[in-house]
Design a protein around this ligand. Sequence first.
Ligand code: GTR
Length: 345
Amino acid sequence: MFKKKGMFGFLTMLLAFMLLAACSSGTNSIGSDPKDGDGKSADEGKTYSFRLAETHPADYPTTKGDIKFAELVEERSNGRIKIEVFPSAQLGEEKAVIEQVQLGAIEFTRVSSGPLAEFNKDFGVFSLPYIFDNDEHTWKFLNGDMGAAMLESLEDSQLRGLAYYSSGSRNFYSSKPLKSIDDLEGLKIRVQQNKINMELIDALGASATPMPYGEVYSSLQTGVIDGAENNHPSFYSAKHYEVAPNYILDGHQRVPEVLLISKTVWDTLSAEDQEIIKEAALDSVEYQREEWDKYEKESLDAVKKEGATVVEVDDVTPWQEKVKPVIDNYRDEFKDVLDAIDNAR
Ligand code: GTR
């Protein structure tokens, strides 16, 4: 796990200090008595203007969740805490954004557990194939004690997990025909940037190319890669179906989305403001999940309508067998989490 040390620690403190100076205005400074002269809560005078980085466009269900979260925070803080959502990777690709959030230079982000695994290895568990049966099973785990403990464990990585969002299941697609598992043999497949994904693709007989999400379309178009994998909403929204129209519904992973705040920023907030943010994040989940379910159906229908070839996989057993070595490799490391996942069935 990432540990704050030496130069990084110094930079973190410096940035936290600059951030406080830039973002907070009001009559009370951090560390002052929580009540001011006339007995009002210290928070009443303090205003904040934060940024939330999101890789997807404004109409995507994760972005809609982010916006709902920001609205709830603004409303419940009586307008004192404003969070502006920056969609479409305006603030950078996910890996770079997570680094900025660790430092407190960007205050919030919504990212996938895929890239997060490189910052907190516990989150790698979600890149293991076929560990969840379906959406219900996934949410039962995420809403349980271990799901909550994993969000807490992000503190070791200078982050704080606020909530999980829905992300459906991931499937392969290619510019080459994809009728069965055998067609993956020898293909160059883009994956989210973490090492478990590399092993997964190896196990399938293909070769893995990790790269940021924003580079996938052009890499498919120019033939730098033969394929990629994602859920229906991303396959549709990023228009990958235009350049890789062969889509096979193998459902190899369910990789939850995570809403994060910088721990550096979190630590500067009053307990009341922390509570507002925490509750607003959790209260935005139901809306995000509804939006997700709608868009997931719409996007599958839309890619079919646009001419993509969609192949159903009736029996995933051969897929599960082929990727089993990847799970076996991590069974000890993730024992407690995998047991909790099994118990959530
Ligand atoms: C999407 C996820 C994004 C990004 C992308 C990817 O499903 O919502 O945050 O991680 O996958 O494959 O890079």
